[in-house]
Design a protein around this ligand. Structure first.
Ligand code: SF4
Ligand code: SF4
Length: 420
């Protein structure tokens, strides 16, 4: 697409990036076919091609309006359009540039500004979010159903392994996951321990920065990235850790973007590259290590574990691009994966989207759960805290992280071996 950037952005690094992305788009519209918001709303301006066009006009000098802002807000940043696009348009990068530019020029209503500030403040700080979650659980029976559906009931995390191991990895401390579903990190540590790897959680690490980043607070997202790098650095240079393992695909996608986020920071650019080189989603790190366990234990699963539906989060399939890895691992452990239609579509969680665009989010969740539950699985599995809490809020069957499922399978098979 021919592009003539306005003076305010021409010649800047952001302008150069936006221009090169815009030039790759040939305006064919294939991406609309797999865009969840275009599917729901049928409006060209709520599809990727229309959003690209609105961003282009703004970057060429046309004043954006409140309507431009709302069309960009309704985008889930699921990046399904990137996977579909035959020209390799990096839509995710472009929409981040577009959102930041529109938010600088269009003042949001007070209610929205407050809502976004509260979300950014509360979700990214554990000293606020943890007690709020505890309070919410105490008051759960009194909550309205919509709010209750966003707070998964607490389930026991189980014991953290006490052994030390020669092989060590760092586990992201995260922001909402330890309070919402602490069982995920504990299960991760136990499975890693079973394959001879110790999981270290550095308490000074925290939110990966994705929440701020996708709410146009890119400076604050950079601060999260620097804080995590500082927290991890000694472990990296002196502690002999072999990887930074992340069990929430949304956070993994963000941490793998640190090199880009900090590329013009002379104090952190190289460190960020080193961190990115060490970062692995759990689904990338574990499969090889689990092979001996899979080979040595023929696993016959009980009915309540065997038949499962897997929801691959958008960040797993469209950002990290590792679709199929978890599915292969589950199958190797004896799972029967039920067929799921529209597996490429977002569940409607998308970070803070489920709160800021709740009506669209609920419609996407209903559509996703219809597809996931059609073949009557015993359980739904996924790989990201946002998707898990979004689906658990309305599912008719248990919803778990896939690592919790493997932890249970390993534990069950061990118990059965001991009892024969
Ligand atoms: S983003 Fe890709 S699929 Fe969509 S209109 Fe542009 S070139 Fe076509
Ligand atoms: S990121 Fe998702 S919601 Fe946004 S335009 Fe692309 S496909 Fe549509």
């Amino acid at each position: 697409m021919e592009t003539h950037l306005a003076d305010w952005i021409k010649g800047t690094p952001t302008g150069a990036e936006a221009e090169s992305i815009l030039r790759t788009c040939v305006h064919c519209g294939f991406c609309n076919a797999t865009c969840p918001t275009y599917q729901l709303l049928g409006d060209e301006l709520d599809g990727p091609r229309g959003r690209i066009y609105q961003i282009k006009r703004m970057l060429e000098g046309e004043a954006p309006s409140r309507s431009t802002q709302q069309h960009l807000d309704r985008c889930l940043t699921c990046r399904n359009c990137e996977t579909t696009c035959p020209s390799g348009v990096e839509y995710g990068r472009l929409v981040d540039i577009g959102r930041a530019a529109v938010d600088e020029r269009v003042r949001r209503p007070l209610r929205e500004r407050l809502q976004r500030a509260v979300l950014r403040g509360a979700l990214t700080r554990r000293w606020i979010f943890d007690p709020l979650t505890r309070l919410g659980r105490t008051l759960r029976p009194l909550m309205p159903a919509t709010l209750r559906s966003k707070l998964p009931p607490l389930r026991a995390a189980g014991a953290w392994p006490s052994r030390t191991q020669a092989r060590k990895v760092l586990l992201l401390n995260g922001c909402v996951q330890p309070a919402l579903i602490p069982a995920i990190d504990a299960a991760t540590a136990r499975v890693l321990d079973a394959v001879g790897v110790e999981a270290i959680v550095e308490s000074r690490s925290g939110c990966c920065g994705a929440i701020d980043f996708h709410l146009s607070a890119q400076v604050q997202a950079q601060e999260h990235a620097r804080r995590n790098i500082d927290a991890w650095w000694l472990h990296i240079v002196e502690g002999g850790i072999e990887a930074i393992v992340i069990n929430a695909s949304g956070c993994g996608a963000m941490v793998k973007d640190y090199a880009h986020l900090l590329h013009d920071d002379p104090a952190y650019a190289e460190k960020a590259q080193r961190v990115v080189a060490l970062t692995r989603d759990l689904a990338e790190y574990l499969p090889t290590l689990l092979q001996p366990l899979i080979a040595s234990k023929p696993i016959v699963l009980p009915d309540n574990l065997r038949r499962v539906a897997f929801h691959p989060p958008c960040t797993l399939q469209h950002a990290l691009k590792i679709r199929g890895t978890v599915e292969a691992l589950l199958t190797a452990f004896g799972a029967e994966l039920v067929p799921v239609q529209e597996a490429h579509l977002c569940c409607g969680s998308a970070g803070t989207y489920s709160i800021l665009q709740s009506e669209l989010s609920v419609r996407l969740r209903e559509r996703k759960l219809d597809n996931l539950q059609r073949e009557r699985p015993a359980m739904i599995l996924s790989a990201n805290i946002g998707c898990l809490s979004q689906l658990e809020g309305a599912a008719a069957v248990p919803v778990r992280h896939w690592i919790e499922w493997i932890d249970t399978v390993l534990h069950d098979s061990q118990t059965r071996h001991q009892s024969v």
